[in-house]
Design a binder for this molecule. Structure first.
Ligand code: AMP
Ligand code: MG
Ligand code: MG
Length: 344
């Protein structure tokens, strides 16, 4: 028999874990010694092109802290972390840990519980957490610190349920908020204040995408959606944040590369706001525990305006994909049919 737990309480623990992790990321950054190693072989596994897949001491320690804090409260909970296979054996003493928080976002379980004051429960056996302990490692190493985030997503039976996004380096010029959390059906909170976005997309679509080279298919999508204002930014978590906060209309990464831990927290946030997060064919992202499914092999796209998402963004992505599947997409797999909102 698995234990039945309160989801708001779990979210509150995840908020605490994210804040402790952000604090540790900041202190490692301050040492100036990031101890970066290359996880992959220096090439993109899908395209063979040169690509860094870097891991730093901050990625390793952040994951260790998040696992320790959550496992202390929920030893049975299934947590899948990006760095799990290579996680260092750092001893983590939560009580000895100094947490450097801004006065605005002091770790406060009671504040989260007050905001999420609903009796939502689930058995631990139905829950899986996906953790990206430091999203935007390339930006962390290159000093584009506002793009860095800590991502903790909670799925129930493979479907997004809740998410926490922490920003270790809130940059005053770009955005000085540092914490976002959501429980589907309940609300999204930025630095503990509820946000609502009721956004309709104008003729000129403001669309965020990777700082890296855009693929042929991704460029074609922009052509099909013209006029567009392209906002190139690093990190998946930060791009979800830009959509959720209304700074852009949508996020387009219609190619493989991201993993489930890049998507789940942002998916929970955008879904709670009434938006949509799907693959490039309009299918919802399923958060299975099977490692063979961890790649978002048909990409991720997100919009806060759900009707725009299905009538414009998905249609452009699917059309571009069918015109030219592109060398980076899974070989030998047929392109899935376009999923319309009415099919969901
Ligand atoms: P980007 O939009 O390029 O900044 O990517 C967002 C996040 O997705 C990165 O921080 C990585 O976590 C992940 N990601 C995207 N593309 C790849 C890739 N080709 N290989 C590994 N991770 C990727
Ligand atoms: Mg990532
Ligand atoms: Mg990462």
């Amino acid at each position: 028999m698995s234990e039945i737990i309160s989801i708001p309480e779990l979210v509150a623990v995840c908020v605490e874990a994210a804040e402790r992790a952000c604090s540790r990321i900041r202190s490692i950054h301050a040492t100036g010694n990031l101890k970066a190693i290359e996880k992959g072989d220096g090439t993109d596994a899908l395209t063979g092109r040169p690509m860094a897949d870097t891991q730093t001491e901050a990625d390793r320690q952040s994951e260790k802290i998040i696992f320790s804090v959550i496992k202390k409260h929920y030893p049975e909970l299934r947590i899948i972390g990006e760095e799990e296979s290579s996680s260092c054996s750092l001893a983590f003493d939560e009580d000895a840990e100094e947490v450097l928080l801004s006065p605005r976002v002091i770790t406060s379980r009671s504040t989260v519980l007050k905001n999420l004051d609903v009796p939502v429960h689930a058995p631990t056996s139905e829950l899986t957490l996906f953790v990206d302990p430091l999203d935007g490692t390339n930006e962390f190493v290159s000093g584009h610190l506002h793009c860095v985030s800590v991502l903790i997503g909670i799925a129930r039976n493979g479907i997004r349920l809740a998410g926490v996004i922490g920003r270790p380096f809130p940059d005053t010029e770009v955005c000085n908020d540092e914490l976002m959390y959501a429980l589907v059906g309940q609300g999204v909170f930025v630095d503990h204040c509820e946000i609502n976005i009721n956004k309709k997309v104008n003729n000129l679509v403001k669309i965020t995408t990777t700082l890296k080279r855009t693929s042929r298919v991704m460029s074609r999508i922009f052509e099909l959606m013209t006029p567009v204002d392209i906002v190139k930014e690093g990190g998946a978590g930060w791009k979800f944040w830009l959509v959720a906060s209304g700074r852009v209309d949508c996020y387009q990464y219609a190619r493989p590369g991201t993993k489930k831990w890049d998507a789940l927290a942002g998916d929970a946030v955008i879904s709670t706001l009434g938006g949509a997060v799907t693959d490039a064919c309009g299918r919802p992202i399923v958060y299975s525990t099977d490692p063979a499914t961890f790649n978002n092999e048909w990409g991720i796209i997100a919009s806060v305006d759900r009707s725009f998402h299905f009538s414009k963004l998905v249609v452009a992505c699917h059309a571009a994909l069918c015109e030219d599947p592109g060398s980076e997409w899974p070989k030998g797999l047929e392109i899935p049919p376009l999923t319309r909102e009415s099919n969901l």
